[in-house]
Design a protein around this ligand. Structure first.
Ligand code: SAM
Length: 212
């Protein structure tokens, strides 16, 4: 279902500069319409963020592709995602052969993703918790991807990143953020690149924004 629409979306991603074939293949394989509410299905292959309930969104496909490509992963890498949301980003990473650990703070979204992963046979470890403090038990991670925008890069996440690993995280105010790409050189040294103009829902937690 929607195969032509998926192919058209992959072409849009290529036009926008996504080059990694593994990322593009995963976008061809993972059925985004399964990750959005029924009422949104016919919009699911447009390159836009869509509401998934509880005031949250499934990110724009280009943003998912950009962040995934920026992680520069080898198959079998261990990845921590903060902000499971619909589960689509985690499903893309799993399809690419990564070992995925994903944390969502909203209990309803967590339960929906858990059921969906179970029905689709997606092997990713999900947890309902504050992701700004990471998931110590399985650290260090080869990659960390944060899909909500925070005021700073959480210290605990920096610590849980493996040396040689990458973290991709939007940082800024509550409306707009720049995407930071951190390469961990040593325990306390990071090389940081930054791309402006992204807009994510807020990262809420101990090392994020405070809940109102
Ligand atoms: N990656 C998601 C996807 O593929 O659908 C998109 C996620 S949405 C843009 C951001 C998610 O981050 C929301 O579901 C929100 O509840 C969650 N979130 C915000 N702060 C969080 C935190 N501290 N820990 C875990 N999840 C958080």
């Amino acid at each position: 279902m929607f195969e032509q629409e998926r192919e058209a979306l992959v072409n849009i991603l290529k036009e926008k500069g996504i080059k990694d074939e593994r990322v593009l293949n995963a976008f061809m394989d993972v059925e985004r319409h399964l990750f959005v509410p029924d009422i949104m299905k016919y919009h699911s292959y447009k390159d836009v963020a869509l509401p998934i309930g509880h005031g949250q969104t499934i990110s724009q496909p280009y943003t998912v592709a950009f962040m995934t490509e920026a992680l520069n992963l080898r198959p079998g890498s261990k990845i921590l995602e903060i902000g499971t949301g619909s589960g689509y980003q985690a499903a893309i990473l799993e399809k690419m052969g990564m070992r995925v650990f994903s944390i969502e703070r909203n209990n309803n979204l967590y339960n929906t993703a858990l059921k969906l992963f179970d029905s689709l046979g997606i092997r990713a470890a999900l947890r309902c918790a504050d992701g700004t403090i990471g998931w110590e038990e399985f650290a260090p991670y080869d990659g960390i991807i944060v899909t909500a925008g925070g005021p700073t890069v959480p210290e605990k996440l920096k610590r849980q990143l493996a040396i040689g690993g990458r973290m991709v995280i939007p940082v800024g105010d509550k409306k707009t953020q720049s995407m930071k790409i951190l390469n961990k050189i040593s325990d306390d040294e990071f090389e940081i690149k930054e791309m402006p103009q992204f807009a994510f829902v807020p990262l809420i937690g101990k090392e994020g924004w405070k809940e109102k």
